[in-house]
Write a protein that binds this ligand. Structure first.
Ligand code: MRU
Length: 342
């Protein structure tokens, strides 16, 4: 069994496309697997309106920095196919408005605005038909690129892994978070291809359980040895000597290397430092935001109180991400190799 395709462009005939080479002539769909239902149910959604794409990103039906970028890009392309604009000028205005709307769905992962900016920038045609084709080509180029980048990250990171090694990860930075084989999980898949099996500890990742529901599931169905632990157990598992390396993903990396990732990553990095366990961040270069000097300026998404169990009368604080200072990070696993400077 293998994990399903996280996202794709689906043409009017229902064929999936992950790379350029399809006509934007007849309106297609953004096709995603609804991750809020995993692992119990594998339901695919076909999205075609700005509101539906926005809702899917906001509610984490599709999630993970690269997957959000690819989905927003394909989402913009399929929405534009339905605008019914009277002129190319009006069409461009609607494309820009739709991109700004989708960009406002989640603030922390920079891949969202990066991908949307790239798509809007690709629109240079003087006919509506050409503009739609340029949007779709760019969205599918971003998606195809993501698949290649994940593979390169996997190849680079696999060099860190040895048979039987304990690898601890947080949240889901796997195939479900990208168009390819993931970022943090890519080295694990690449090592497996080379016959190297590791033992993964997957933090459950409170409050939305991306680790317990998504990482554990995609690794298990791929034949990887995976153990789910509560977030609060990570230090103890390190103390027991079961973790050889920590690998996590990233939502936005500031120019100085400070890294925003799922809430709980920072405390994991502190624990890793204390136990002298190497701590790596895996990411494509598109996750680096050089306009932001350090982590203090990274916008952190605050999510609803409803996501956290609480009694009547108790307040809730629910930041979805935290920032790990550069000094706690051993290195960055990227498509350009393992780097200490980015
Ligand atoms: O809120 P989520 O599930 O979108 O958060 C995802 C993460 O924090 C991932 O680790 C990050 O986006 C990297 S995905 C390759």
């Amino acid at each position: 069994m293998s994990i399903p395709v996280t996202l794709s462009y689906q043409d009017a005939a229902g064929n999936m496309h992950l790379a350029p080479g399809v006509s934007a002539g007849t309106p297609g769909f953004l096709d995603i697997i609804d991750q809020t239902l995993l692992p119990c149910e594998q339901k695919r959604l076909k999205l075609e309106t700005p509101e539906a794409v926005y809702e899917a990103i906001k509610q984490l039906r599709v999630r993970g920095a690269p997957a959000i970028g690819c989905s927003a890009a394909i989402g913009l392309a399929v929405c534009a196919q339905r605008f019914g604009s009277a002129s190319p000028d009006e069409h461009l205005l609607k494309i820009r408005e739709c991109a700004a709307f989708l960009d406002s769905s989640r603030p922390t992962a920079v891949n969202l605005s990066w991908a949307l900016k790239r798509c809007v920038g690709a629109v240079k045609g003087d006919s509506i038909q050409l503009m739609n084709q340029q949007l779709l080509d760019e969205a599918l180029a971003i998606t195809a690129e993501d698949i290649r980048l994940c593979a390169a990250i996997g190849k680079a990171g696999a060099a860190l892994l040895k048979p039987g090694m304990g690898v601890l990860t947080h949240c889901n930075a796997g195939a479900l978070a990208t168009a390819g084989i993931g970022t943090a999980l890519a080295p694990i898949y690449a090592a497996m291809e080379q016959g190297i099996q590791v033992k993964v500890f997957s933090d459950e990742t409170r409050p939305l359980l991306q680790g317990a529901r998504l990482t554990a599931w995609e690794l298990a169905v791929s034949g990887v040895d995976v153990t789910t632990i509560c977030d609060s157990m990570a230090s103890q598992v390190m103390r027991e000597g079961k973790v050889g390396v920590v690998i996590v993903g990233a939502d936005r990396v500031a120019a100085n290397g400070d890294t925003a990732n799922k809430i709980g990553t920072y405390q994991l990095a502190i624990a890793a430092k204390y136990h002298k366990v190497p701590f790596y961040v895996a990411l494509p270069f598109s996750t680096i935001d050089r306009s932001i000097p350090d982590g203090a300026a990274i916008p952190i998404e605050q999510r609803s109180a409803e996501e956290i169990f609480h009694c009547d009368g108790a307040k809730v604080y629910n930041p979805a991400f935290d920032v790990t200072p550069r000094e706690l990070i051993t290195g960055f696993i990227t498509e350009r190799g393992i780097l200490t400077e980015i």
